[in-house]
Design a protein around this ligand. Structure first.
Ligand code: ATP
Ligand code: MG
Length: 500
């Protein structure tokens, strides 16, 4: 039996619905200018189908977070590493949890990377978990842009690849793409072309109208009618909607239309609270660990060959033994921290993976005593990234003051703060956005800028520009300031942190 998702009515009062099973097989494209009612339409579809099918919403504006209160969707915030998001995507799929990926708080480049990673996670689950899922992507032109924009080619490739996968190869894996865009002309053609169902809302630009007419197989003249559509009205066409074009006015949101299905598999009954622990359990995933092992195997083997295993003869005895051990231990810990940070990719790995690497290095180097615990490791790695070994205290009391100040910040900001403080102490130019982003484990210059502004708002530093637009960061509490530096400076070829 069919599941008909009631969407609204035609002018003559006839109801218009979407055949859910057909939709899962044939996908949907929604287009309409800003304010035409696309997000409202998506919300109606999600609300009406929530009990029938798992739903994933890729939400650039945070519009759909409210679904969580009423319908229990799990909200996944984007402030995570790509590998974490990919793993969370996999788990969400495996546990059949409806979820909203909220990308509101990150910049476009990061949005693209996050959406790409998350979609890849959804895609990449074993065949046993290929249950049907509606994957709703609002503002799809952001993730599948027709042309290169301001973002890096890498981010564009990740997002575009994931969107193309979703819309083409997704069907076999149970993923049904529902994508909405303001501007059809801005959406990659190969992504748009994979949808067989269309809901076309108010459209003003000729170029969008022409693309819409092409997709729907209409005369361009006929598509002119899209100009006159009211907010909330859409021309519907496609196997899951109607065999001939008809105009539907989308009904209100948060109303229930119940239908019965024999074929669709019922959704699991667990409460979202129960499943949260499973989905958000620390992501020390085997894959990341395995890849970190693979990348550093050569290094580790080389070190193993060079390392002298501590023997009993090496153990000092006598009154000064304890003190010597502490000093040796500190030096060895510094060495291990430095080795972890020296890997250019380390900035982009999760702290859990870095910690594993660190613990392994400590074992290989036979560092006496227990390795650092995780919180202490976080703190030390932030300091190591700034390039000043904490234990040797070479820099004296001045640097200690900077480290003490940094401790008032959350751990993710300490490295950034100390990198800037170090530049100010050494009176060198303020590093560029890209270099600062790397310190925060990101490739997004926008993220670095946001964090700088945040630290300024909190009174940790002040940002100034000289007449040429160079940035100067001053530290009122320390009495230091950097030399002017270009915010858009390329990353230095030497990727090791300063001081090593
Ligand atoms: N069918 C409808 N019935 C009642 N209100 C509607 C309907 N469609 C849209 N609206 C209202 O119109 C406004 C704009 O709609 P919506 O946010 O869905 O537009 P949009 O196409 O997603 O715009 P944008 O591209 O800027 O995100 C909202 O306040 C929404 O509640
Ligand atoms: Mg919208």
């Amino acid at each position: 039996m069919q599941v008909a998702i009631d969407m609204g009515a035609q002018q003559n009062g006839a109801r218009v619905s979407i055949d859910l099973e057909e939709l899962l097989a044939t996908r949907l494209l929604v287009q309409g200018n800003s304010g035409s009612g696309k997000s409202h339409l998506l919300r109606r579809l999600i609300e009406q189908s929530t009990k029938w099918v798992q739903q994933i919403v890729i939400d650039p504006e945070g519009d759909f977070v409210s679904l969580s209160e009423r319908y229990g969707h799990l909200v996944v915030d984007a402030e995570r590493s790509d590998s974490d998001l990919e793993e969370i995507g996999r788990r969400v799929r495996q546990h059949r949890v409806s979820a909203v990926l909220n990308l509101e708080s990150v910049d476009l480049e990061t949005q693209m990377r996050c959406a790409g990673a998350f979609l890849n996670g959804l895609f990449d689950v074993p065949r046993d978990h290929w249950y049907p899922v509606l994957v709703v992507v609002d503002e799809a032109q952001l993730f599948a842009p027709a042309a290169a924009g301001d973002v890096t080619e890498e981010a564009r490739k990740i997002a575009l690849g994931a969107m193309a996968n979703l819309m083409s190869r997704g069907r076999k894996r149970g993923l049904a793409g529902v994508i909405a865009t303001q501007r059809l002309a801005k959406l990659a053609k190969n992504v748009a072309a994979e949808a067989s169902n269309f809901l076309m809302g108010r459209t003003f630009l000729d170029i969008d109208m022409a693309r819409a007419a092409d997709l729907l197989g209409m005369e361009r003249r006929q598509a002119e009618t899209f100009r006159d559509l009211q907010r909330g009205s859409f021309v519907a066409l496609g196997p899951a909607l109607s065999r001939r074009a008809l105009t539907v006015h989308i009904d209100t949101v948060e109303t229930g239309a119940k239908s019965v299905s024999a074929k669709l598999i019922p959704m699991p009954q667990e409460a979202v609270e129960d499943i949260q622990d499973v989905i958000f359990a620390p992501v020390v995933q085997e894959r990341a660990a395995a890849s970190s092992r693979t990348t550093s195997t050569t290094d580790l083997l080389r070190q193993l060959a060079q390392t002298r295993i501590a023997t009993e003869a090496d153990v000092e005895v006598g009154p000064e033994a304890a003190e010597i051990d502490t000093a040796a231990r500190e030096a060895a810990l510094e060495d291990a921290l430095r080795a972890v940070v020296a890997d250019p990719e380390s900035a982009f790995r999760s702290i859990a993976v870095l910690y594993q690497d660190f613990v392994m290095r400590c074992r290989i180097q036979a560092v006496p005593g227990e390795p650092l615990d995780l919180p202490e490791f976080r703190r030390r790695i932030a300091i190591a990234r700034a390039g000043v070994p904490v234990a040797t205290k070479q820099q004296g009391a001045e640097w200690d003051a900077a480290v003490a100040l940094s401790a008032q910040l959350t751990e993710d900001l300490q490295g950034l703060f100390l990198t800037l403080a170090r530049a100010a102490m050494d009176q060198i130019p303020c590093p560029g956005d890209l270099q600062l982003a790397r310190v925060c484990g990101s490739r997004s210059p926008g993220r670095a800028r946001r964090l700088l502004t945040y630290m300024e708002e909190k009174g940790f530093l002040t940002l100034q520009s000289d007449r040429r637009g160079n940035r100067i960061v001053a530290f009122p509490d320390l009495g230091w300031q950097t030399q002017p530096g270009r915010p858009d400076a390329a990353e230095p070829a030497e990727t090791l942190p300063m001081g090593f």
